[in-house]
Ligand binder design. Structure first.
Ligand code: UDP
Length: 255
């Protein structure tokens, strides 16, 4: 269908050549995968929701001065982004024990952590994104110490901001994963937030019921994945493209 050059295809997204040098088009697919489990399914509408949610969160982060690769959303499934050299390290921030941290350290899911904890994983599907230390990152040249400091500082700012944003709409930000990239400008290298932030990359629990509103619904074989993602979009006030407005008749407009 498309004659654009495909640069990269991942589990949930495709990257195409952009309209200008230094730009790319990030396309959100509907594919849902469960890490490790190897299961894969197409969830109609997931890509549209993640595109919109990620656009919203990246825009808000841009506004508070977190540099990102995001330029603008192009359509329901695509956004224009700046081409960045992706650092092959996933940065995970945790506020509440869950997932691999609970499994690894035997801490019950849902236990609040004494402080936000940052972890790094090596980006490798074949190896299952193993946990690594700063020693590995610098020894293997994936990022230098200054870049690690910058990724850590940005990740903590993103965490503070998003924790507050989600708290305001009744959602607990349990943990999330972000990726960073390098953008070369003249003689300068800038670290920017890249990839996406969506219910695919965060654990989001309803504040009062602990109901899961994220990809764990798929991982744990719970139904209602799309409804949960819609709920997040609705609470953020951005569900307009995915919802048929209810016919409520004419509305009296007060002057
Ligand atoms: N995560 C992600 N991609 C990955 C691995 C983890 O987006 O490849 C996110 C995941 O959704 C969760 C956080 O990072 O919000 C921490 O994940 P964890 O290490 O607990 O691994 P999981 O239990 O998800 O395998």
């Amino acid at each position: 269908m498309s004659r654009r050059r495909r640069i990269y295809e991942g589990k949930a997204k495709v990257l195409y050549e952009g309209p200008e040098p230094g730009t790319l088009i990030q396309h959100f697919k509907d594919d849902a995968t469960a890490v490790d489990a190897g299961s894969k399914e197409v969830v109609d509408g997931k890509g549209v929701l993640n595109n919109r949610i990620s656009e919203f969160l990246f825009s808000r982060l841009n506004e508070i001065g977190v540099p990102t690769h995001f330029i603008k959303r192009l359509n329901m499934r695509e956004q224009l982004i700046r081409e960045a050299e992706i650092i092959p390290v996933e940065t995970i921030v945790r506020n509440v024990a869950a997932g691999s941290l609970s499994a690894r350290l035997g801490i019950e899911e849902g236990t609040p952590l004494p402080r936000s904890i940052i972890e790094f994983c090596f980006k490798s599907d074949d190896l299952g994104d193993p946990l690594v230390s700063e020693e590995h990152i610098t020894a293997f040249g994936w990022a230098n110490p200054q870049e690690i400091d910058e990724m850590t500082a940005l990740a903590l700012r993103i965490n503070d901001f998003l924790s507050g944003l989600f708290l305001g709409i009744g959602i607990k930000l349990v943990d999330f994963k972000v990726e960073f990239g390098r953008i070369y400008e003249n003689d300068m290298v800038r670290i920017v937030l890249a990839d996406e932030i969506s219910p695919d990359s965060c654990r989001l629990w309803d504040i009062s019921t602990d109901e899961k509103l994220d990809r764990d619904r798929f991982r744990k074989d719970m139904s209602g994945l799309i409804e949960a993602y819609q709920d997040v979009a609705r609470r953020l006030g951005i569900l307009f493209e995915n919802e048929r407005p209810e016919s409520s008749g004419p509305v009296l407009v007060k002057s």
